[in-house]
Design a protein around this ligand. Structure first.
Ligand code: GDP
Ligand code: MN
Length: 385
């Protein structure tokens, strides 16, 4: 799960990580009052779960309180398109007013879980404020990586190593070490998957402060962080994903044309690979999990069909704990209640497969039955071409 900048800043303040003052404005008048309180100027920032807002026109400088009110009205409700949102953009529902900072230098800092080493890793660069992907591509030597031993935690030595790499000295050096140590404590205690501070700013007065903050969390650990879960913003999630989570189903939106209903994440990966192999492209996948009921399967089908991009559905179920007759029953129920207007290929294998096939055959529905995963992928790609 990801959270907004203003929420991330709330959290990092709790951990004594420095960040400029800022508040969410409730309306244009509030934006004016906050700006007044900040001495007459402010940075007005659209809150969406995507970066690149500055270049996309979602971060604006207000030179006086009236201008802040005007910018608030301009940003609220706008469709913000950035490099990270895709061409369809994101609607802005929240506007954050930040106390402006005089920037001396813009640096880059991130903590993330590196899959290669299975360790929390610090990424730091003197090239902050800009596209880090571009830095990584063109001048990778400008990015410093420090992997942290989970048994030892971040040592003072490692924090200093990063501060050196960022070219800091004196007061800013000391402050950045404390900044980093507190940020690491937050990362571990809140089960983050990613924290990105871009830019990390050295101010004209020598302070170290997080001008921007992006944060992601491990979904599997959210049950022990009700405070983080409270930050969830449904406006930022695909409607089908929200609908699926209500039924304990796991729906992932992709950009192709074939809907996939599977059980288990591994089988989902295999299904997508084989669809690609045969020249198709998945529109989504919906994982019904290990123990879905007929009703859950029916809802899964309904959710897949809601996705306008779906031109056909591949059902790929390996019945272990999940029984094939239950899946078949759910499909038949869905077809009768919702009506299915696209080709559906079904591949069932495992527990009660004969019973499952019998239910499908006797349903009178126009389903394409496949023999094995390869045959299923071939058939759905052919049916949707
Ligand atoms: P992003 O574009 O979504 O990453 O949004 P940021 O919060 O990083 O803001 C984009 C850019 O706006 C920053 O890189 C800064 O250059 C600029 N900016 C944001 N806040 C301030 C501020 O308080 N003072 C100054 N001078 N520039 C700011
Ligand atoms: Mn940024």
């Amino acid at each position: 799960m990801n959270i907004h900048e203003f929420q991330a800043k709330e959290l990092i303040r709790q951990y004594q990580v420095a960040t400029p003052d800022g508040r969410v404005a409730t309306d244009a008048e509030d934006a004016r009052q906050i700006t007044k309180a900040y001495g007459g100027q402010s940075v007005v920032k659209a809150q969406i779960h995507a970066g690149g807002r500055g270049k996309g026109g979602g971060v604006k400088f207000a030179t006086d309180p009236d201008k802040a009110a005007e910018l608030f009205k301009q940003l609220l409700g706008m469709n913000l398109v950035t490099k990270q949102t895709g061409p369809e953009g994101r609607r802005v529902f929240t506007v954050f007013i930040s106390n402006p900072v005089d920037i001396e230098r813009e640096l880059y800092l991130a903590l993330l879980v590196d899959r290669a080493t299975s360790r929390i890793t610090i990424m730091a660069s003197t090239e902050g404020g800009v596209d880090i992907e571009e830095v990584a591509e063109k001048t990778p030597e400008k990015i410093t990586r420090v992997a942290i031993d989970p048994a030892v935690g971040m040592t003072a030595f490692q924090a200093r190593e990063v501060a050196f790499a960022l070219g800091l000295e004196g007061d800013a050096f000391k402050k950045s070490v404390v900044f980093l140590q507190n940020l690491y404590r937050l990362f571990v205690e809140k089960d983050c998957s990613m924290v990105e501070v871009n830019p990390l700013v050295i101010t004209k007065t020598g302070d170290v402060t997080a001008l921007d903050a992006k944060m992601g969390f491990d979904d599997n650990a959210l049950f022990r962080h009700p405070d983080i879960l409270a930050f969830r913003d449904l406006n930022e999630e695909a409607p089908e994903e929200i609908e699926a989570s209500k039924f304990n189903l796991n729906f992932i939106k992709l950009d192709g044309t074939i809907g996939c209903m599977v059980n288990g994440a591994g089988l989902a990966m295999g299904t997508m690979d084989i669809i690609k192999y045969h020249g198709g492209s998945p529109a989504n996948f919906l994982d019904v999990g290990g123990s879905a009921t007929e009703d859950a399967v029916k809802n899964a089908f309904r959710i897949i069909l809601q996705d306008k991009a779906v031109k056909g559905v591949m059902v790929n179920i390996f019945g272990g704990i999940m029984r094939c007759d239950i899946v078949a029953g759910g499909i038949v129920k869905a077809a009768k209640e919702i009506g299915i207007t696209v080709p559906v290929v079904v591949r069932l294998e495992g527990t009660n497969v004969e019973e499952g096939k019998r239910i499908l055959a006797e349903s009178g529905l126009n389903l394409i039955v496949a023999d094995g995963i390869n045959d299923a992928a071939e058939k759905i790609v052919a049916a949707t071409k």
